[in-house]
Design a protein around this ligand. Sequence first.
Ligand SMILES: CC(=O)N[C@H]1[C@@H](OP(=O)(O)O)O[C@H](CO)[C@@H](O)[C@@H]1O
Ligand SMILES: [Mg+2]
Length: 542
Amino acid sequence: MDFEALTKYSALHPKPAGLTLQYGTAGFRSKAEQLDHVMFRMGLLAALRSRATGSTIGVMVTASHNPEEDNGVKLVDPLGEMLHPSWEEYATQLANAEEQELQKTLTEICQKAAVNQQKDASVFLGRDTRPSSKKLSQAVIDGVSVLGGQYHDYGLVTTPQLHYVVCCQNTRGQYGKPTLEGYYQKLSKAFMELIKKSPGSGEGQRHLKIDCANGIGALKLSEMQPYLPKEVLVHIYNDGTKEKLNHLCGADFVKVHQKPPKGLDMKPNERCCSFDGDADRIVYYYTDTAGHFHLIDGDKIATLISIFLKELLAKVGQTLKMAVIQTAYANGSSTRYLEETLQVPVHCVKTGVKHLHHKAQEFDVGVYFEANGHGTVLFSKAAENTIRQLAKEEKDDAKREAAKVLENLIDLINQTVGDAISDMLVIEAILSLKGLTVHQWDAFYTDFPNRLLKVQVADRQVIDTTDAERRAVTPPGLQEKIDALVKKYKFSRAFVRPSGTEDVVRIYAEADTQENADALAHEVSLAVYHLAGGRGAPPQPL
Ligand SMILES: CC(=O)N[C@H]1[C@@H](OP(=O)(O)O)O[C@H](CO)[C@@H](O)[C@@H]1O
Ligand SMILES: [Mg+2]
């Protein structure tokens, strides 16, 4: 390591003294002006991680659905997964080392992680459309370069596109070509093959209105449009030319507020969807003829995909094990529908994509979605091989056709991470093949009324949880209080947990009516305020 160069370059990306940040659920997130040193150091870390794994590592500069003034960074591991947890800790140590400790911290990481300094390092970079992203990604490049690493800057890409190219590169093209063109070609080809078989094929066009949160999704979707078949017409709204990123729009806004985004005119029963700021989440929605808004969230997307997969797996006649992975935020009604009506096993894990992804890898076919719309489907290598072989060689026509549909689905879904563009195409293909309207899809089950709130406390880590975050172990008395409150309402449930991305405690409640869900959530938030060191004024009823 050239320590002289390191010291020189690091001085150009100084760490504000005393500032500490943590590599959380989604990497580092903060105000953009606090992140220059973090970016430089994540460039350093990516180079080390690349040497340690002998693979290309991705670095994405984005703060997803957070306000435009924020930014963030996350590292992408060799197969397109989230950074390994042991390295999250190194990331935090490196980001928080004071200037004079930087060398020592780097040396320690190299020792602990057995990094061979002689190896080549290769890093792929991507960034979202935030005004601060360009400069911050330059800081990443400085970090990679000072350690003698090579980099390829993909510039403006969606987060899932970066995951995709990293995976393609490290599988030597097995997963696809590591270019955006390769991504567009692979997905559009699989999509075309799929919808060819739909009953209404050739009878006019399917329209879909997409709110792109004034973010990267708009740019990449319009790049992809020429690749899409003429049967599908996507109409892009909130393309970032007029309004601010994520402001009153995008998947997170629509999910949290349960109302339509600004800037999208909806006619009754029209199918609409929203991406988030880096296009790794998607939710659908529509208004009915009475003007009521209906949200179709990640749980219902998982349900649609599961129904479709289950039918196909039955048709190919293989005993492939399928499961759905959710978090505690999944609506109880979705869990019940999946388990009882569809008879699909459901597993609940801790919040955060990495936990869902990890669990989903245990099955032949693992469908995972967070309620907020982040999700995908994973196929085990063995399942994928079986399906591809059946698609090629199976004599029975019905079985072979079903295997072909599955094969195209495997190619259409981005197995590295949740991907709004890929998920949208999967959903559109399934709706088209099954001849379902958005209203019919929505009617699979009715969500239990629910409410998500947040409360500020002095130190959110005083709340410790267990049972996939559904029960609070500390502070003393909190869980007992929640249990007593829940008993007051019918069909109710509630839980609290410290957020991994914001300095708040999140409260979630479900009950038989919206009024009761709101009241329960409010009462639980008061309990948190009083028992977990609430800050500022006590929470007010909605
Ligand atoms: C309730 C909720 O939506 N939580 C989100 C949010 O995490 P928190 O740890 O709750 O802040 O951001 C994560 C990263 O985007 C996402 O994975 C997760 O689902
Ligand atoms: Mg996102």
